[in-house]
Ligand binder design. Structure first.
Ligand SMILES: NC(=O)C1=CN([C@@H]2O[C@H](COP(=O)(O)OP(=O)(O)OC[C@H]3O[C@@H](n4cnc5c(N)ncnc54)[C@H](OP(=O)(O)O)[C@@H]3O)[C@@H](O)[C@H]2O)C=CC1
Ligand SMILES: N[C@@H](CC=O)C(=O)O
Ligand code: NA
Length: 364
C-alpha cells in the first residue's frame, strides 16, 4: 500500500482565532488520513516550535509546547526557506494581524507555499502588494484564500467571487461589516430599552474576542475600511488604500495619541457623553444609530460611517456581533443577495480559515 502523502502546515499566531483554528485542525487531521497533515511550525511573536527534521508537532499539545519553548520565531525569509526545503507541499496559516507577515506573502507564494488567513492587512494594504500577491500565486501555482478577512466565517468573499466569475455585474455592496461595531451599537443603542454605556460595551467587545488586538483599530473605522477595500478590489475597483475614501472615526480627538490600547480603554469613559449625544439625536427622530459601509461600483464610491435607521430596518434589528451584507447585482435585480450572521469571534472566524484550508487541500 502506498504511503499517505504529507502536507506541511505552518501556523503563525496563536491568539483568539489561532487557538480555535488549532483545535479545528486537530479534529480535521484525525478524520483525514490522506493527505497526512503535519504541523511542522507554530509561532507567536516571541516563541516558536519547529525542528530541522520536520518532526510532527502534536496538534493537541502544540500550545503547551509553544508556551514552554525557548526557540525564537523564524524571520519570513528563513521560514520560507525552511518550508520549501522540506520537499513536500506546505501551507502557511497566518492567524496574526501583522503587517510584516502580510508583506511577506509574495515571498511565500513565489516559493510555492500556499496561504490561508483571516488577516486583512495584505489584501487591504497598498494596491501594489495586492498585485504582487496574486501575480506570485499565478506564477507559482500556490494558492491564497482569505475568507475570514471579511465577515469572519460568513461566505462573503466566496460569494462575491462566484458572482464575478459567473459573469454577474455587481452594482452595490452595503451593510454592517464589523462584529465589534455591530455588538457595540446593538447593545448601546438597542431598538428597545436604554442600552449600556459606550465605554463599558467597548470593554465587553474586547473581552468577547470581537475586537482587533488593539480595539482602536475597530473604533477608528479602519477595520471596516479594510474590509470594503478588499470587497471593492474583488468587485473590480482599483481602491488604492483603506484611507483613500471617507471613513468616520469614533476615537475622541483627545485620545488619538494615547500610547496603548489599554490606556485608551482606561480613559474612554471620560468621553461617554459624546456617543450618548449621537444616540439621543437619532432617538429624537425615532431612529437608532448604526455603523455601516457601502461600495457603489458604478460611481466608484466607497464610504464608512454612522447612519440613522428606523427601528424596523433589518440593520437596526441585528443581534450580537451579527454582520449583514447585501450584494446588489444585475441578476438579482432590486432584491439583493443577503448574507447575515456572526461577524466576529474565535470559533466562527477559525471556521472560515479551516474551510479555506480544506479548499487548498482539495487542489494540492
Ligand atoms: N477575532 C475575530 O473575531 C476576528 C479576527 N480576524 C483576524 O484574525 C487575526 C487574529 O485575530 P485574533 O486571534 O483575534 O488576535 P489575537 O491578538 O488574539 O492573536 C494574535 C496572535 O498573533 C500573534 N502575532 C502577532 N504579531 C505576530 C508576528 N509578527 N509574528 C508572529 N506572531 C504574531 C500574537 O502573538 P503574541 O501574543 O506573542 O503577540 C497572537 O498569538 C487578525 O488578523 C484579525 O483581524 C478576522 C475576523 C474576525
Ligand atoms: N474586529 C473585527 C474582527 C473581524 O474581522 C470585527 O469586529 O469585525
Ligand atoms: Na467571510
Amino acid at each position: 500500500m502506498a504511503a499517505a502523502r504529507q502536507i506541511y502546515i505552518a501556523i503563525i499566531g496563536a491568539g483568539g482565532v489561532g487557538k480555535c483554528f488549532l483545535s479545528q485542525l486537530s479534529q480535521l487531521a484525525r478524520h483525514r488520513p490522506n493527505p497526512k497533515l503535519v504541523l511542522s511550525y507554530i509561532s507567536t511573536s516571541k516563541k516558536a516550535v519547529y525542528s530541522s527534521d520536520y518532526s510532527p508537532i502534536s496538534f493537541d499539545s502544540a500550545l503547551s509546547t509553544l508556551a514552554s519553548s525557548s526557540q525564537a520565531p523564524l524571520e519570513p525569509l528563513k521560514l520560507a526557506e525552511f518550508l520549501s526545503a522540506s520537499g513536500s507541499k506546505a501551507i502557511l496559516v497566518d492567524n496574526t494581524s501583522s503587517q510584516d507577515v502580510a508583506e511577506a506573502y509574495p515571498l511565500f507564494l513565489s516559493r510555492g507555499i500556499s496561504i490561508v488567513t483571516p488577516n486583512k492587512k495584505a489584501f487591504s494594504g497598498s494596491y501594489k502588494l495586492w498585485q504582487d500577491i496574486f501575480s506570485a500565486s499565478e506564477q507559482s501555482g500556490a494558492l491564497v484564500y482569505h475568507e475570514s478577512s471579511v465577515g469572519a466565517g460568513l461566505p462573503v468573499i466566496s460569494t462575491l467571487k462566484d458572482l464575478v466569475h459567473t459573469g454577474d455585474e455587481v452594482t452595490k455592496i452595503e451593510g454592517v461589516f464589523s462584529g465589534t461595531m455591530s455588538f457595540l451599537f446593538n447593545s448601546f443603542a438597542p431598538t428597545s430599552g436604554s442600552g449600556g454605556k459606550w465605554s463599558a460595551e467597548v470593554k465587553k467587545a474586547k473581552e468577547l474576542g470581537y475586537t482587533e488586538p488593539d480595539p482602536r483599530d475597530d473604533l477608528n473605522g479602519l477595520d471596516v475600511a479594510r474590509k470594503l477595500t478588499i470587497l471593492a478590489r474583488l468587485a473590480g475597483l482599483r481602491v488604492e488604500s483603506p484611507t483613500s475614501f471617507p471613513v468616520k472615526s469614533l476615537i475622541p480627538k483627545e485620545l488619538e495619541s494615547v500610547a496603548s490600547g489599554d490606556e485608551f480603554l482606561e480613559k474612554l469613559p471620560e468621553f461617554d457623553d459624546r456617543m450618548e449625544e449621537t444616540k439621543v439625536a437619532a432617538e429624537r427622530e425615532g431612529k437608532v444609530v448604526r455603523f455601516v459601509g457601502s461600495i457603489d461600483v458604478a460611481t466608484n464610491q466607497v464610504k464608512v460611517g454612522i447612519e440613522w435607521f428606523d427601528r424596523s430596518h433589518p440593520i437596526a434589528s441585528l443581534k450580537g456581533s451579527d454582520n449583514i451584507i447585501s450584494f446588489y447585482t444585475k441578476r438579482y435585480g432590486s432584491n439583493p443577495l443577503i448574507i447575515q450572521g456572526a461577524g466576529a469571534g474565535g470559533e466562527v472566524t477559525a471556521m472560515g480559515v479551516t474551510s479555506d484550508l480544506l479548499k487548498v487541500l482539495a487542489q494540492l
